[in-house]
Design a protein around this ligand. Structure first.
Ligand code: AMP
Length: 402
């Protein structure tokens, strides 16, 4: 099916075609008719599969024309500033051939331009919750005209301490709205939490809701803690990389790894929430434009951020939440490109690795880097590196055991 067959507006179709999209992706095929019909929606799809256009194109079709001086009619909430900026850019690109306006609001930058945009009237507002509440509380923003509310990365929006803020925002939105939830991972417990936001939603799920994209090959590299950095360097030396994202657990850890890589004369930048908004934007822009080959990040960069051509993701630290593993490695292999992801892991990470393997429903291959001078690693004693992945046996619920 082509973009022409859904009743999307001509200007929007023209917009995506000029971006080089030829056919709708699976999530787009499923979401377009539902969003256009006005039903609420809970959609889960693997990262990098075209979620933004899945809601963006039908929303822009429904909004039709710009309303000068009007309050926003569509609100999109995002968990991080980077994601908000990325969705705003996509909306601008999709609306290149119409007069609909989009504005982005997040913290860490001045209020001036954001207030001016609101005064002039915006059709779509993309925002992180904190700054949006500031504008609401200052009386600069009215959400009573919201026709469509999107919670993107919804598992995060209703977790991570966001829930109270999100509740306050939703309460200020027009009750007669359409609500759309999008995420790569929708844990079952979330579905119970959503009744106060969505009404009789259609639920769509593309692919295995927990699995990383099939185009990513990923492996674990057991190593002792003392040799982690050495192994990272050896991996970087061995692979033929164009751009690499290295994930660390903490901001301090990310800064340390970045500094050590810099000392090796590698082209590196770090991104995490202790850096100023300008530094974060520069880091991302520099990484996207190939100014930096390596970006060292905390999980702030793991979700949804679309960086074309990330060839490798290296988890310097094992993620603590299993769903973050899927998000992190989803930064490579986007839009059908292939990618590789390596995770360094020490004996202390075993519990987290087990949880990740349970979450994605299979064992991850253990690898040993050839030619690397391994000191003793307890994990090698019990595991056979390079062994074929074994299927994971899930526990049978007590009711079905008998
Ligand atoms: P997203 O999941 O929205 O972050 O999109 C992931 C990437 O896929 C982005 O680079 C999009 O520009 C690209 N993309 C989205 N939809 C399509 C499509 N129908 N055809 C080709 N590329 C697409």
């Amino acid at each position: 099916m082509s973009f022409l067959e859904f009743g999307l507006s001509e200007s929007v179709i023209h917009g995506v075609q000029s971006m080089g999209y030829v056919d709708p992706s699976p999530i787009q095929l499923r979401a377009f008719p539902i969003v256009l019909s006005g039903r609420d929606l809970i959609a889960s799809a693997q990262t990098g599969t075209g979620k933004t256009a899945a809601f963006g194109l039908p929303i822009l079709t429904k909004l039709g024309k710009h309303r000068p001086g009007g309050s926003p009619r569509c609100l999109i909430l995002e968990p991080t500033r980077e994601l908000a900026a990325q969705v705003e850019t996509a909306f601008r690109d999709f609306s290149r051939f119409n007069d609909l306006t989009v504005s982005v609001m997040y913290g860490g930058v001045g209020y001036g331009k954001q207030r001016e945009d609101l005064k002039n009237g915006v059709d779509t507002l993309v925002a992180t919750p904190g700054r949006l509440l500031d504008h609401l509380e200052q009386g600069a923003l009215d959400l009573s005209q919201i026709e469509i509310l999107v919670l993107d990365e919804v598992d995060r929006m209703l977790d991570m301490g966001f829930l109270p803020q999100v509740r306050r925002i939703v309460e200020r939105c027009n009750k007669e709205r359409q609500t759309l939830f999008f995420s790569a991972t929708i844990p079952p417990e979330l579905q119970g939490l959503t009744q106060w936001v969505v009404r009789d939603p259609v639920i769509i799920e593309i692919g295995h809701r927990r699995s990383p994209a099939d185009t990513i090959s990923h492996a674990l590299y057991p190593v002792s803690r003392d040799q982690k950095f050495e192994l990272l360097l050896a991996l970087l030396n061995k692979i033929d990389f164009t751009s690499v994202l290295v994930f660390c657990r903490t901001k301090v850890g990310a800064d340390q790894v970045a500094a050590k890589l810099k000392a090796q004369k590698l082209s590196v930048v770090a991104i995490h929430s202790n850096r100023t908004q300008n530094e974060r934007m520069d880091a991302l822009a520099g990484f996207k434009s190939d100014k930096y080959d390596i970006m060292v990040a905390t999980d702030i960069a793991a979700r949804g951020i679309d960086i074309a051509g990330v060839s490798h993701v290296i988890n310097f630290d094992v993620p603590q939440h299993p769903e973050d593993y899927v998000h992190r490695i989803g930064r490579t292999g986007r839009a059908e490109a292939t990618g590789e992801a390596f995770t360094l892991f020490t004996g202390e990470d075993l519990e987290h690795v087990t949880k990740i393997e349970y979450f994605i429903g299979r064992k991850i291959d253990r690898q040993k880097l050839e030619g690397f001078n391994y000191l003793y690693c307890a994990l090698f004693a019990s595991e056979v590196p390079g062994a074929a992945p074994k299927p994971i046996r899930r526990k049978t619920p007590a009711s079905r055991r008998r």
